[in-house]
Design a protein around this ligand. Sequence first.
Ligand code: SF4
Length: 199
Amino acid sequence: MKSQALTLFDLVERLSLLTRADLRQAGSAQGLQPVHLQVLFYLNQANRFSNTPQALTEYLGLTKGTVSQTVLVLARRRLVSRYTDPRDGRVVRLILTEAGSNLLKTLSAGGAWRDIVQTASPARVTSAMVVLRQVLAQVQAQSGKRSFGVCSTCRHNQRLGPRSYFCGLKQEKLSSPEVRRICREHAAPTPHPSLPDAN
Ligand code: SF4
């Protein structure tokens, strides 16, 4: 009998293959490859500190050359726009255009996930997310990869008020929508010294 760890690995691997096939199908209808859609999905959730080609190479695990070719195609299709960082002329930043956002809305990727989440109990969904997040965090830590976590869970995130936050690392204010985005600089919270280790 398979160990639970191997079963979980097989499930994630199978889902990953099927998701890739779905992306290929969804992209082909638009004349795009899966990597083009992955860049659009990333830019749709990245915060303003993470919308660079370098962050894309790290998040997607691709080479600089592949990312720059991919961005070129998306820019030619007017799905992504490039601009120079007003505070640092050496940095190029990327943003989804309205056409890029609209294209993402037309894709049905993730439909099965939504259906299951709507019918499963919230407790089971939360348990699944906790396990998957722990595995992801461990794999990222073992391979020295950045976590690209959600801003609201970062140790640098300070709550100033009901809808006001502050990034201790960048020393900048953050809005409510911004703290729901993922960030290249995300750092896991430091465990509270008085709390027992969850593991
Ligand atoms: S608080 Fe953390 S995740 Fe949020 S912007 Fe700052 S470094 Fe990034």
